[in-house]
Write a new protein. Sequence first.
Length: 79
Amino acid sequence: MTLQIDIDEETLADVDESLNILHQDREDFFRQGIKDLAAKAKREAQIALQYRKAYGDQPVKPDEFYVANEQLAEVWKDI
């Protein structure tokens, strides 16, 4: 299968510079990049579904994550 996309010149120049260092061709680079992005997107979607299911089954209670101002001040004092 062939896929055609438009890439601006600056981005393509950055890619080509990286490819020179990596001794890799564009086709392999883009194929692996798309494969990696697809795997990441799939994993993030699976995690989001798990959160939705978990919080749908047991919604957060109003005071479940309450933190007193004094506790916040202690946590953030060094930042």
